[in-house]
Design a protein around this ligand. Structure first.
Ligand SMILES: [Zn+2]
Length: 460
């Protein structure tokens, strides 16, 4: 028996347009989408009148399974994927953490693949560079060919690459039809400022943003763009862009026809560094890098979404529990594990704060959270509602209201940085490859239902 899904009367929103249509999917693949289709016999019928029908969200920046020292992200693949599904995200591309010193390029990928078998949603993995040598370089083409066409470089932290290695990596990845992504903060600035503040003001939460100023990002973004230029216009993707200065550099490069793309995250669209004022323990909830910035930066990020300078919205979801943050940061903000949960709240936040409050078009919303990330990261069957694509579908209720609290959400963590924001619009039903996994509050997914997606070489 074929598994047939028929979604009737919804307002279909794609990255290009909105139109009233019915949607038919057979055995997990979309086969037709048009007004007034005839439902085949035996179809599972879904009435979607008054609802938006959109492609499942694609979050290309998660850390569902991260360990840093002794701190471990609190959700893991099953609970992280479940929370993602409740929020309308059906595919993630995970950034693995660093492996043991000197490990080969495939080491973390193999390890993460083992743990990811319990995922309920589909997933891919980015490679990560933590050192650079001939062995790493020669491994790249096979790894791209194995379905991992994107790699991460850190310009700060212990696993960072220096400019020479970063340039070589950009060139090698570009030559192998891959995409280099970068965490852009200038290490000299961050470590210099942190050094001083660690001595003078470790008990002040504001020391955290003071040690990672906006110009540290802007300088690193400019450097990364120039290194990519020198590498023969190698493609470059800036993760979690947060500053007006960094955005300006991306805008200029794109205007000059350079192959540069940028991602931002809901936290840089909704929070400011006011979050570090006041109670120390409360402020630890917001310890992340980059840090939330000033209102002018928030406004710049929205402008970047509107004018196309920013191509994707991902989450950098990395949910260390608040209680762990408090224990580890006892009297010292620099010991707090950095990262926040957000995989569940991305689509609703961008709809509510963007579409309803800032005039972002519904199509642009879909493009930012699903279509463009799928295209840039080689998920060839994801991100579109078209015949031949996976039936990853979200029935989104534009009238639903929800206040964002830890209790109201499904992320396996004891807080949300978006507490006290009330959003309008929430996913009501979520399908992955034609199978319903979320129905209102009911979860119908099973561990292991998610599939590893071997992604295609970079071809935007
Ligand atoms: Zn990250």
């Amino acid at each position: 028996m074929a598994n047939i899904l028929f979604i009737k009367n919804g307002l279909v929103v794609t990255a290009e347009k909105e139109f009233q249509a019915d949607l038919l999917a057979v055995d997990g693949t979309i086969t037709a989408i048009a007004p007034e289709l005839e439902p085949p016999e035996g179809a599972e019928m879904i009435e979607a009148k008054g609802m938006l029908v959109i492609p499942g969200g694609v979050d290309v920046h998660t850390h569902l399974d991260l360990s840093v020292g002794q701190a471990h992200a609190s959700d893991g693949w099953f609970f992280g994927g479940k929370a993602a599904a409740y929020g309308g995200t059906t595919t993630v591309v995970e950034h693995p953490g660093f492996g043991p010193a000197g490990c080969p390029l495939n080491y973390q990928l193999d390890l993460y693949r083992e743990n990811a078998v319990e995922s309920v949603i589909d997933y891919g993995l980015h490679g990560v560079f933590q050192h650079w040598n001939e062995e790493v370089k020669t491994a790249i083409p096979d790894i791209v060919g194995g379905g991992y066409p994107s790699f991460k470089v850190y310009m700060t932290y212990d696993g960072r690459l220096d400019d020479e290695s970063f340039l070589a990596a950009l060139k090698a990845v570009g030559d192998a039809s891959g995409l280099t992504t970068v965490h852009a903060e200038n290490h000299a600035i961050v470590s210099h400022l942190a050094e001083e503040l660690k001595r003078t003001a470790p008990r002040k939460a504001t020391s955290h943003p003071q040690s990672r100023p906006d110009y540290a990002e802007a300088l690193a973004v400019e450097t990364a763009i120039r290194l990519a230029e020198a590498a023969g216009d190698a493609p470059l993707y800036i993760v979690h862009l947060s500053t007006a200065g960094g955005l300006e550099a991306v805008r200029k490069a794109r205007a000059a026809g350079r192959r540069v793309w940028a991602e931002t995250c809901p936290q840089y669209l909704t929070l400011t560094d006011d979050c570090y004022e006041g109670n120390f323990d409360e402020a630890l909830k917001f310890v992340m890098a980059p840090t939330p910035r000033k209102q002018k930066d928030v406004d710049a990020m929205w402008a970047g979404l509107m004018d196309g300078t920013i191509s994707t919205v991902a989450t950098d979801h990395c949910s260390f529990a608040w209680k762990d943050k408090k224990v580890r940061a006892w009297g010292n903000v620099f010991k707090c594990p950095g990262g926040i949960p957000g995989v569940e709240t991305r689509l609703p936040l961008l709809y509510s704060e963007g579409v309803l409050k800032r005039g972002l078009s519904p199509s642009r919303w879909v493009d930012l959270v699903s279509t463009s990330p799928a295209r840039l990261f080689g998920l060839e069957k994801k991100g579109r509602l078209e015949p031949g694509f996976d039936a990853d579908i979200v029935i989104f209720n534009p009238g639903a209201e929800k206040s964002l609290t830890a209790e109201n959400l499904h992320q396996a963590v004891d807080y949300t940085p978006f507490e006290n924001i009330t959003v309008r619009g929430w996913p009501e039903q979520v399908f992955i490859r034609g199978r319903k996994i979320v129905d209102g509050e009911r979860f119908m997914g099973e561990p292991g239902q998610g599939r590893f997606i071997a992604r295609q070489p970079f071809c935007p």
